[in-house]
Design a protein around this ligand. Structure first.
Ligand SMILES: [Zn+2]
Length: 200
């Protein structure tokens, strides 16, 4: 079947869950409907978390977002969330080393005192100071509040008598995590609560 979809709705985002209900990706409504139509995925209705195959979804005929895909013969609600039927992994890739990604890895929490920090109070601390050969990479950089960072100064952990809350390592991220907050639908919060919690 080929559906003559109206374009804007088809380009809206649709969250993809794996078989274990873990958010792994964001696709378009177009691709989501194709996956559901070919039985590779089910639509997840986001209020009561019922799942539907393509026919069931058409019969159910409700939309919480008011986004409909209109075809010549009928209309179908744009799926906000779909669940893959076979895929159960969580794809991951190495996140690029950037300031923002570092803050995300450390959950906006000072890795010395555990305080939640944001805005101008955030700084990046070199665990082994640069003056002592410390590199600027995932293994040697952590988020620190300005206070802890200046208290530690140009000293190593041992010299400063400090301990890290978590061992710094490169994060493995799913493609889903690369999507900006502003591009996410409200209904996705249910499926991504653990990710969101880390961001405060
Ligand atoms: Zn601190």
């Amino acid at each position: 079947m080929r559906l003559a979809f109206s374009k804007p709705v088809l380009d809206h985002p649709s969250l993809v869950l794996n078989r274990s209900w873990v958010a792994i990706h964001v696709t378009t409504v177009r691709r989501a409907l194709c996956l559901v139509y070919s039985d590779a995925a089910l639509v997840v209705e986001t209020e009561h978390l019922q799942t539907f195959d393509f026919d069931g979804w058409c019969d159910w005929n409700r939309s919480t977002t008011g986004r409909w895909v209109q075809t010549p013969g009928f209309r179908v609600a744009a799926p906000e969330v779909i669940q893959l039927q076979c895929y159960n992994k969580v794809p991951a890739y190495d996140a690029p080393f950037t300031r923002r990604n570092l803050f995300e890895r450390d959950a906006f929490t000072c890795q010395y005192c555990g305080k939640h920090v944001g805005g101008e109070r955030m700084s990046i601390d070199h665990v082994t100071p640069r003056s002592k050969g410390g590199k600027t990479n995932w293994q040697n950089c952590v988020l620190a509040c300005v206070r802890c960072n200046s208290a530690k100064g140009d000293r190593t952990l041992r010299e400063a008598g400090l301990r890290l809350l978590n061992e710094p390592r490169p994060p493995r991220w799913t493609p889903y995590l690369n999507i900006k907050h502003s591009e996410q639908l409200e209904s996705w919060a249910k499926f991504t609560a653990s990710h969101r919690a880390a961001k405060g």
